[in-house]
Structure formats: C-alpha cells, structure tokens
Ligand binder design. Structure first.
Ligand code: FAD
Length: 303
C-alpha cells in the first residue's frame, strides 16, 4: 500500500488575473537566444497566450512566423501572431494567415499597421489590400471559424482618429467583423482606461478590453513610444524617473514599483486580464506578476 505524503498542490486561485505576454521577433542569433531565455522564464507563469509582433510594412513576416513556429514546436504556450494590412495585397495576407493556420496557430492579432511613409503621415492602403483592420478581421473570421482574433484599442484614441467617438466606432466595426478581444495601447493613468471602458460599454461593445501594460524599462524610450502612440506621460511618472537616466538599478526598482501599483489598482477595480508589453525582457514582468499573486505554475497563491 502506498501512502500519499506529498502536500496537495495549492489550488489555483480563481480570482487571479489572466495574463498574456507580447514579444517582438529577434533580429540576430544573440537576440534570439535572449528572447528564448525570456520565454523560458515567463512560460511557467502560465500565460493565456503569448503574442509576437509584425514589423512595420511586414518587414518581419518571416521572423514573426519563425518565432511563432518555434513557440508551437518547443513549448506548450499558445501563440498569437500579429499581422498588419500594410503594403500587402489581400492575397498576400490571406496566404500568411493560411500558413499560420496550417502550422496550428489559432489566434491572430489583426491590425491595420502604420503608414510605410512614417508615423504621422497619411495612411494609404494597398489598392488590392484590406482597407481597414475591420476588413482583415472579417476575412480571417470568414475563412477560419476556429481562429480567435484580437484587435487594438486606444484609451486615448488613435493619433489619426478625429475623436475618441470615431475611434470607438472603428472598434465597434472590428467587433462587428468578429474580433473577440481588444488589447489596449499602453497607458499610465488608470482613469483613462476606466473612462474609456465606460464609453466602450455604452457603445454596446462587450468583448474584453484587456489593458496593455508597459513596464518602463527605459523612461526615455517609453517617452518616445508614448509620443508616437499618442499616449500621455503624466508629470508624476516623469518625476519618478527624474535623475535616473544613468542609474539602471534604481530605475528598475522604480519601474517595478510603478507598474506593480498600476496593475494592483486595476485588479482591485475588477480587471481580470493583463497584456504585458515585455520588450523581450523578463525581470520586471516576473516581479509585477508576483505582486499580482501569479507564481510559476504549481506554486500560485493569492497576493
Ligand atoms: P485601427 O484600429 O485600424 O485604426 C486606425 C485608424 O483607422 C484609426 O484612426 C481608426 O479610427 C480608423 N479606422 C479603423 N477601422 C475603421 C473603419 N472600419 N472605418 C473607419 N475608420 C476606421 N503595429 C505593427 O506594425 N505591428 C504590430 O505587431 C503591432 N501590434 C500592435 C498591438 C497592439 C495591442 C496595439 C495597440 C498596436 C499595435 N501596433 C502594431 C500599432 C498599430 O499598427 C498602429 O497603431 C497603427 O497606426 C494602427 O493600426 P490599428 O489596427 O491599431 O488601427
């Protein structure tokens, strides 16, 4: 007779938020090694899915595909492939989606993408391409009923949108076309997200609007991203990083504190999903997840 002596595995706390991680496809072998260290470190946190971005104008088409294929073959993670409409015909894009479907991908993050002429310039769709991201969403859903489709959402509106109302109409068009989840552009002021969510729900949009969280690895860089994305960098955030440009260690501690406070407040308000812009780094994300109570698989407990 055998006696069970091991303690029962801690029950997964159903109140723990679900998480997902975003990576960009590596350019060099060294970056690839780095990314895989990150993936192996983050995988035990049991994300719902991990997504891989698509470079401007489809420049990373093959690298995105290779990263997704490796995730599928070497891990049990669920990959989501980003895809944009930029500079490609509908046939080109349909082929990319078909390739993904063939290797077992069942989740696409469908985007319009930025103009090849640069952010801030007018977007001109390819004459034979999908004109709007909602057209891409509709095509994917039409061709593959088993494909999950996430889309973008902009709590501070997309920089090209005339108004937040127009932007929410565009989100509604994507949802009507079959989008199953929206992931937000990053934001630092949670009130922006709450206000946006109120307006989105008032517009009859019911899909999850998952907050995109950017842990600030490098404040200067984050400020640059924010300027391009039309996201506000609050004065209080700038003040927290003031004088730390040359002090990486302190900067990292401050970054972890800021992002942990942000997600904890969101979680207290009932937010159940978080998407982390990892920038292919693990440390801050692991720390923030830990604060949320998310531990490596088998060792989860409430915060
Ligand atoms: P859309 O939602 O398509 O909106 C773009 C503009 O068109 C807006 O002004 C909107 O109001 C308008 N619009 C949209 N649909 C309609 C419609 N049906 N009718 C009328 N107007 C409409 N970029 C990359 O290059 N690669 C990536 O991998 C990538 N991943 C991203 C992931 C997330 C979560 C987010 C938030 C952004 C990502 N981006 C990525 C950036 C994105 O490509 C840019 O912000 C781009 O400028 C817009 O693409 P979109 O799909 O977000 O915009």
């Amino acid at each position: 007779m055998t006696t069970k002596t091991s303690a029962p595995a801690p029950a997964q706390n159903p109140t723990l938020p679900a998480i997902s991680f975003e990576f960009f496809p590596p350019k060099t072998e060294e970056m690839e090694r780095g990314l895989w260290e990150v993936i192996n470190r983050l995988a035990p946190l049991n994300p719902d899915f991990v997504s891989v971005t698509y470079g401007a104008g489809g420049s990373t088409r093959e690298r995105t595909h290779a990263t997704i294929a490796r995730i599928l073959s070497e891990t049990s993670l669920v990959p989501a492939a980003h895809l944009t409409c930029v500079d490609a015909t509908r046939a080109d894009i349909d082929e990319v989606v078909a390739r993904y479907h063939d290797v077992g991908v069942r989740h696409i993050v469908a985007l319009r993408g930025d103009p090849t002429t640069g952010i801030g310039t007018a977007y001109a769709p390819h004459p034979d391409g999908y004109q709007q991201s909602s057209d891409l969403v509709a095509a994917i859903r039409r061709n593959y009923s088993d494909m999950e489709v996430s889309v973008s959402a902009y709590p501070e509106k997309h920089p090209e949108s005339a108004s937040l109302a127009a932007d929410i109409d565009a989100l509604k068009a994507k949802v009507d076309a079959g989008a199953t989840r929206a992931i937000t552009q990053f934001f630092f002021d949670n009130d922006l997200y709450y206000r946006y969510l109120d307006r989105v729900r008032a517009a009859g949009i019911t899909i999850p609007i998952v907050p995109g969280i950017l842990p600030v690895q490098n404040f200067k860089l984050a400020k640059n991203f924010a300027a391009r994305a039309g996201a506000t960098v609050p004065g209080w955030l700038a003040a927290k990083f003031e004088g730390l440009d040359e002090d990486t260690d302190t900067r990292r501690l401050v970054a972890a504190t800021v992002a942990a406070a942000q997600v904890q407040k969101l979680a207290k308000q009932g937010v159940e999903n978080f998407h982390f812009y990892t920038m292919n780094r693990a440390d801050l994300v692991v720390a923030i997840c830990h604060v949320l109570g998310i531990r490596p698989a088998g060792a989860r407990q409430a915060a």
